[in-house]
Design a protein around this ligand. Structure first.
Ligand code: NDP
Length: 247
């Protein structure tokens, strides 16, 4: 198990799904977690789970698409915890539709949240990270950003963009001891994938060598590793966590 004692981690979209699982795992490894989501109410559950297991967490209502709100929230977090070592850009949305039927708003919404939101948070986090000469940025991309997906041109473009952002961040901040890596989960059972019809799930599963959908708990341990000091010589990498779907 990798240790994160004394480290402060920000997790966006922490209220549920993969973000909740990542927050719990980082806390179990010893980090203090600044939980971000659209509403503070939605964060109460994960906050209580962390404190019940003896961890420390703070809650921050913030829309990551709003650059001013992001700047103010990260300032609060840094002042409250006196540091910021780890950023997990996890918050994400889908607006699925076939390309010809995508409205302008449905094209732009996932890009605004999944890509611009991650940029806003990264820009706000790198200054305190540079001061500390320690930073771990972990972006939650998707296998769809690597292989595309019919009906998800907007989402795939946002996640492919996030991969480009990851590699550029890695190059720009490597000399400051800040690493940036991305995880590319496959199909993970959360609210985001709950709507998929059983027949689609069955078809998807046929193309997964490990023969099942993933769980949020399959993603979280890789975040803990990449956030640790032990992963200090890994940067600019994209790690699929997909049961072998993409290889
Ligand atoms: P969920 O939909 O379960 O959770 C997403 C969380 O992000 C929600 O709590 C949501 O808040 C929050 N959020 C959305 N928009 C914003 C915003 N503008 N500011 C702050 N918080 C926001 O998603 P998953 O757990 O399934 O996915 C997490 C990440 O993993 C996403 O980036 C997703 O693209 C990626 N991923 C997921 C896969 C899957 O199969 N599930 C596969 C590959 C990647 P609210 O509840 O208020 O809407």
């Amino acid at each position: 198990m990798f240790h994160l004692k004394g480290k402060v981690a920000v997790v966006t979209g922490a209220a549920r799904g993969i973000g909740r699982s990542i927050s719990l795992a980082l806390s179990q490894a010893g980090a203090t977690i600044a939980l971000i989501d659209l509403s503070a109410d939605s964060l109460q559950g994960v906050h209580d789970e962390i404190t019940a297991q003896g961890g420390q967490a703070s809650m921050h209502a913030c829309d990551i698409t709003d650059p001013d709100m992001v700047a103010a929230t990260f300032k609060d977090i840094t002042e409250q915890h006196n540091a910021l070592h780890i950023l997990v850009n996890n918050a994400g949305i889908t607006r699925d539709n076939l390309l010809m039927r995508l409205s302008q708003e449905d094209w732009e919404a996932p890009i605004r949240t999944n890509l611009t939101g991650a940029f806003n948070c990264t820009r706000a986090a790198v200054r305190p990270m540079m001061k500390q000469r320690y930073g771990r940025i972990i972006n939650i991309a998707s296998v769809v950003g690597m292989m595309g997906n019919a009906g998800q041109a907007n989402y795939a473009a946002s996640k492919a963009g996030l991969i480009g952002l990851t590699k550029s961040t890695a190059k720009e901040f490597g000399s400051r001891a800040i690493t940036a890596n991305a995880l590319a989960p496959g199909f993970i059972t959360t609210d985001m994938t709950a709507e998929l019809p059983e027949s689609t799930v069955q078809k998807l599963t046929e193309n997964i060598p490990l023969g099942r959908m993933g769980k949020p708990e399959d993603v979280a341990p890789a975040v803990v590793f990449l956030a640790s000091e032990d992963a200090g010589y890994i940067t600019g990498q994209i790690l699929p966590i997909d049961g072998g779907m993409v290889m």
